[in-house]
Design a protein around this ligand. Sequence first.
Ligand code: PGA
Length: 266
Amino acid sequence: MPASRPLLAANWKMNPLSAGAAAELAGDVLPAAREHAGRVEVALFPPFPWLLPVARVLEGTEVGLGAQDCHWEASGAFTGEVSAAMLAGWCDWVIVGHSERRIHFGEDDGMVARKAAAGLAAGLDVILCVGEREEEFVDGRTGAVIERQLRAGLEGVEARGGRRLVVAYEPVWAIGTGRNADPDHAGRTIGLIRRTLVDVLGRPGQEVRVLYGGSVNAANVASYVGLPTCDGCLVGGASLKAAEFSRMIAEVAALPRAVAAGEEAE
Ligand code: PGA
């Protein structure tokens, strides 16, 4: 059952170039995020050095803040790394297993699993990314690849962590290419992800939110978040343009949604 308040997560990747530009981008997204806070959950994922300047901008708002990666150990001799424990307490979120980490930095399923478990153990909400490569998609192996990545990524994740876990389905061939996945393909794969979550985690698996990511923009966001099984989107390039990301927030806010128990119908 999709969450009544969809999530739009802005993965800024290695952008923008300065602390000032990061604070400005966060500030420019705030009006739309605040206006629609009752209908859309928004979280920003700046690079590590801009987390603090962006945190200052977001202070006192409902907009979440997260890191794009973490290490699984709390501290130690791991030059260049940042631990989930260091982020906990002042960041809300962490992304693990993004395909750019897997492809460019050699992260395997086992490392992703340890990161996911460490993020949850530290009290962070975790976005666990899975997605097939182009050749796997063409060969019709999407389902097998996603299931393998997901089962492996969930090793060490306790069922009760389900409420703070989000899975992002991001086909590698759709990321940064302008070739967003057909919503039918996304919907089918998200369905498989949901079945796998319940198989691995039991009932708490039903509480895990599932996002789509890959060339999402203001023109197509509604075709994903409008799917009955999709809880939101992980957005890269389009989240770096404040006007476009603000339009996306408004688009998602305008979608009809399920009314949760206790909420008044509008
Ligand atoms: P994109 O990136 O929206 O630029 O395709 C999505 C992502 O990598 O999370």
